[in-house]
Ligand binder design. Structure first.
Ligand code: HSE
Length: 294
């Protein structure tokens, strides 16, 4: 018997929502698990075929959580989410592995269990939350290590566009290393005041307030210098009518939020003038999160 689950791509760190605000999109990784005589991984580069594949790590952890013996499995991955790009590929592996174990072994775990197991493994829940529940989420991990999440309905006025660059890979570890250990009170207040507005602005479709609310001083100033084209890309997006432009997760993917239907085509032309190769992806919101599809 085989089980297939699909997990959406996610953006995290939306504007001032560092380590908290995330959103899921209709671009998927699919994971098929079947019981086997020996554990193996297929459908990915050799470097990801070991026991440390994050989907296998989460599969094993879920078995431990549920108190069952870890079986040998054949895992086949079909991935549309680019690796180390800032679109939640690691979170998708963890969530896919946990949900795969749940369904293959009939563990009867809830999405809240999947969220708890995988947030612990990831260490920060901002990509995990939308990957599990879909849509727009705010999440946190408290000092005891427990994670919490709320989901917000997101207005249908917004369109999202991702700018991906397969020539650039930034690991979360590298991108966290460039962040300062402490920030000024002014920057902390800047982010806390802006993030207080942002979920309501996204929920109500407030076009005037979005560019005000979606600004950050905790991570983007330190990380955008790692991306050579960030400034011209951001300027081109604003000129083409983006209401907001931000780093997706820890980058290099950048994201724009827009409402003008001409925006996408304008940006497809604009990226041709940049020094490296950017792909422009129009992304619909995924409102389901992880689901079993087979
Ligand atoms: N919140 C995380 C970070 C997202 O910015 O480091 C990347 O996985």
């Amino acid at each position: 018997m085989a089980v297939t689950v699909q997990v959406p791509a996610t953006t995290a760190n939306m504007g001032p929502g560092f380590d908290s605000l995330g959103c899921a999109f209709a671009l998927y990784n699919r994971f098929t698990f079947e019981l086997a005589d020996v554990t193996s991984v297929h459908g990915c580069d050799d470097e990801f075929k070991g026991e440390d594949n994050l989907a296998l790590v989460a599969f094993r952890e879920t078995c431990v959580y549920a108190g069952v013996t870890v079986p040998f499995v054949k895992l086949t991955i079909s991935a549309d989410i680019p690796v180390s790009s800032g679109l939640g590929s690691s979170a998708s592996l963890l969530v896919g592995g946990a949900m795969g174990a749940n369904r293959l072994l009939n563990l009867n775990l809830s999405k809240d269990d999947i969220f708890r197991i995988t947030s612990r493994l990831e260490g920060h829940p901002d990509n995990i939350a939308p990957a599990v529940y879909g849509g727009l989420t705010a999440a946190l991990t408290d000092e005891s290590g427990e994670s919490y999440v709320v989901s917000y309905p997101i207005s249908k006025v917004w369109s999202f566009c991702a700018f991906t660059n397969t020539d650039l890979r930034i690991s979360t570890r590298e991108a966290r290393a460039v962040l300062p250990k402490a920030v000024s009170r002014a920057d902390a207040v800047f982010n806390s005041t802006h993030v207080a507005l942002l979920p309501a602005v996204l929920m109500y479709g407030d076009v005037k307030l979005l560019p005000v609310a979606l600004q950050d001083k905790l991570h983007e100033p330190y990380r955008t210098p790692l991306i050579a084209d960030y400034k011209p890309l951001c300027s081109a997006a604003k000129e083409a009518g983006a209401h907001a432009f931000f780093l997706s997760g820890s980058g290099p993917t950048c994201m724009a939020i827009y409402t003008d239907s001409a925006f996408f085509e304008k940006m497809q032309n604009a990226v041709q003038t940049l020094s490296s190769k950017w792909n422009v992806l129009s992304l619909a919101i995924d409102r389901e999160g992880v689901t079993q599809i087979g």
